[in-house]
Design a protein around this ligand. Structure first.
Ligand SMILES: O=C(O)CCC(=O)C(=O)O
Length: 347
C-alpha cells in the first residue's frame, strides 16, 4: 500500500484503512470474487488494479482537469451546471451532510455524463442530455480526453460489476442488461479541493459525509490524502479511517442501489473528504442504473425470515431527490446569467 508522507501532510493521523485489492485482469476469477465479497461485507470499499487504463492516460486526464480548474472563476462560471446537472459546480455548491456542515463543500467540480443530443427521444429524461464543453479554442482536446475517459471507465465499471454479480450468486452478466449498466446513467465528475483545512468540529469539510447513490463509484485520486470512511455509521463516536491513494488503482465503493438490491448484505459506506491545506484533485465515476430501472431486492437476497428492507424505487426518482437535497438551487446563480449567456460551448 502506498504511504506518501507528503500526501499525508496535515492529516495528523496514521489511521489508514487496509482495503482488499481486486485484480480485474486476473484469470483466477474465484479469488477475485472471494476478495471482493469480503470487502463488500466488511466496508464496501476496495482497490481495483490492472483495469486497463494506462497511467499515462490517467495523468493526461488529471492534467486536463487541472487546466479547467485553473481558469478564472468568471470563465468557469460560463460552464455552470445546467438543469441536467452537466457542467461546473462552484465551491460550496453542494452540501452533502446538511446536519453537520455549516455551509457547502469546499470543492469545485465538473459533471460529464452520457452525451445525448438535443432532440433525441431520451433527451427529456432528467439525467440525459448534451454535455457542456469548453470550446476547442479555450481548452484544445479537453472534450476528447474526457469522452475517452468516460468510455474507458464505464468498461471498468462493467467488469467490476461482473465480479459483484458472481459474489451475489447472480449470472455474471446480470448488471450488463439495459436497465442496469447496459444503458446507464454514468456520470464522471472532476473534482478539485482548494487548499482549505477542514475543521469537522466546526462543520467545515472538503466534502461532507455521505454514501453514493448508484451501483458503484470508481475514484481516481492524486497522491494527497483526504478521503475517509466510517465503517459503522451508528457507532458513537464515529470512527473515521483514511483511504490511502494508490497510484494506478481505482478506489471503488458501493452505492445505495447495491445496498438496496442486496437487502443490506452489501454496504454503501459513509465517506467524506477532509482538506489538509494542500490542493487535491480527484475524479469520481458514478456507475448508476438506467433512469427507468426499478430497484428492488434481488431474489438471492431475501427469504421468509429476511424480507426486503426497502420498497422498490425507480432509480431516476431516487437520484433526482438526492441531487435536490444536496445541490444549491440554480436560481441562486442568477447574477451569473449574463456571463453564462456569453458562453463558448459546443453542444
Ligand atoms: O474526492 C474524493 O476523494 C471523494 C469524492 C466523493 O466522495 C464523491 O464525489 O462522492
Amino acid at each position: 500500500m502506498a504511504n506518501n508522507s507528503d500526501g499525508m501532510q496535515g492529516t495528523g493521523t496514521n489511521n489508514v484503512s487496509v482495503l482488499n485489492f481486486i485484480d480485474i485482469s486476473s484469470p483466477d476469477v474465484q479469488q477475485s470474487v472471494s476478495l471482493l465479497k469480503q470487502a463488500c461485507l466488511d466496508c464496501g470499499f476496495f482497490y481495483v488494479v490492472n483495469h486497463g487504463i494506462s497511467q499515462e492516460f490517467m495523468d493526461e486526464v488529471f492534467a486536463e482537469s487541472r487546466k479547467f480548474f485553473e481558469l478564472p472563476l468568471a470563465e468557469k462560471m460560463k460552464f455552470l451546471r445546467n438543469e441536467k446537472n452537466r457542467g461546473y459546480t462552484p465551491v460550496l455548491d453542494e452540501r452533502l451532510d446538511a446536519d453537520n456542515q455549516v455551509h457547502g463543500d469546499y470543492k469545485e467540480g465538473y459533471y460529464i455524463g452520457v452525451e445525448v443530443p438535443e432532440g433525441d427521444s431520451d433527451a427529456d429524461k432528467p439525467f440525459y442530455g448534451p454535455n457542456r464543453w469548453p470550446s476547442a479554442d479555450l481548452l484544445p482536446g479537453w472534450r476528447e480526453t474526457m469522452e475517452q475517459f468516460h468510455r474507458k471507465a464505464l468498461e471498468v465499471a462493467r467488469a467490476v460489476a461482473r465480479i459483484i454479480a458472481l459474489a451475489l450468486e447472480l449470472e455474471a452478466d446480470f448488471f450488463d442488461k439495459p436497465a442496469m449498466l447496459g444503458q446507464p446513467i454514468a456520470i464522471m465528475r472532476l473534482l478539485h479541493y482548494e487548499g482549505r483545512i477542514s475543521d469537522p468540529l466546526n462543520g467545515i469539510y472538503g466534502a461532507g459525509a455521505h454514501s453514493d447513490y448508484g451501483l458503484i463509484t470508481l475514484l481516481a485520486t492524486d497522491d494527497v490524502y483526504g478521503l475517509q470512511i466510517c465503517k459503522d455509521k451508528d457507532a458513537q463516536p464515529q470512527i473515521w479511517e483514511y483511504i490511502a491513494p494508490v497510484k494506478g488503482a481505482f478506489v471503488v465503493n458501493l452505492g445505495d442501489m447495491l445496498e438496496r438490491l442486496s437487502n443490506c448484505i452489501f454496504k454503501s459506506t459513509l465517506h467524506r473528504v477532509l482538506g489538509n491545506g494542500q490542493d487535491r484533485y480527484s475524479i469520481a465515476f458514478f456507475a448508476e442504473p438506467s433512469h427507468d430501472c426499478l430497484v428492488e431486492c434481488l431474489p438471492t437476497c431475501k427469504s421468509e425470515d429476511n424480507p426486503p428492507k426497502f420498497p422498490p424505487i425507480k432509480y431516476s426518482t431516487y437520484l433526482s431527490q438526492r441531487y435536490k437535497d444536496t445541490h444549491t438551487e440554480l436560481n441562486a446563480y442568477k447574477s451569473y446569467q449574463p456571463l453564462a449567456a456569453k458562453k463558448s460551448t459546443r453542444g
